[in-house]
Design a protein around this ligand. Sequence first.
Ligand code: PLP
Length: 368
Amino acid sequence: MVDLQTQYLKIKDEIDNAMQGVVDAARFINGPDVAMFQSELAAYTHAAHAITCASGTDALQLALMSLDLEPGDEVITVPFTFVSTIEVICLLGLKPVLVDVLPDSFNMDVDQLENAITSRTKVILPVHLFGQCADMERILSIAEKHQLYVVEDACQAIGAEVRFSDGSARQAGTMGTIGCTSFFPSKNLGCYGDGGALFTQNDVLAEKIRKLANHGMPRRYHYDCVGVNSRLDSLQAAVLRVKLKYLDDYIAARQLAAKRYTDILSGNKGFQCPAVSPFSTHVFHQYTLKLNGLDRTCIMDKLSDSGVPSAIYYPMPIHLQRAYENLGYAPGEFPVAEELSQRVLSLPMHTELSEEQIKYITDILLTF
Ligand SMILES: *Cc1c(COP(=O)(O)O)cnc(C)c1O
């Protein structure tokens, strides 16, 4: 689904030098590259604070830990997402309250949001799925009206931008109280292992998150709160400093690949191509089709026989998973998420896709 080797070979010298520098200095934990990457990432996103940690999952967990929530407090999110979004809510003894997603953007259906708010609701946690932002203008205004925090799951959307009706624009992860992203290798800004980051405009929260990510330790061997060990390795920070310089190029390459797919496929009733949002750019972490009346397994087999990978993100919404049975949701409660899980198909999407490869892939799809 991604071609990380070719991407590496194009920047091999820079990456190798950066990694060698960390090894030579033997500054593996909290080396200078970590601090420099955090300021470069803050500058790129225009966030007041960018705080790195060990993964996108940890970023979500740290965000919720920093908000002083009580067990049983409710976090509203969506069932059509990667499991981390909901896993961390449960791990912290909080209660996920789910609302369905929209059939075109696959993001939170904000029309259903206010109905889900109760006296225990503390957080709205939208997911910017596949690289396109949820309707943040409406989510932020509902959050303000009900005095709720907003934690953005921007793990798939770094670099995406929302345009607000006043003409201003803000990046994924920098609009809510806290935003979270992931540097998992296949993400749009991927490192060579696990990594993540949080964004906030709030100085007090930033301090708190830094402390929580480092054992709740403001000074060595003095602990203010129960924290975790969640740091970005210096080696990963060194890789990310190189790759951040290319992020805009990487986004442009993904957008060009997506345009090529859509130009070829959009005239066909069988394929619903990714929706173009009126308020958010799309950075195409995934290029995900919705199939209309076509046999998905058959298409995937035919692609696979021709050497083309494809994937289903996600084959089963979270509320139907065994691990989350105790949330008490039944089949049929989130019909859009359930239908999408039966009908979506993601095509190869990465920075190195050539026009020829896209023609090869779409020629196979067009036989259906
Ligand atoms: C990748 C991802 C995560 C988790 O990130 P990791 O770095 O793998 O822990 C969380 N939420 C979404 C939507 C993701 O795509």
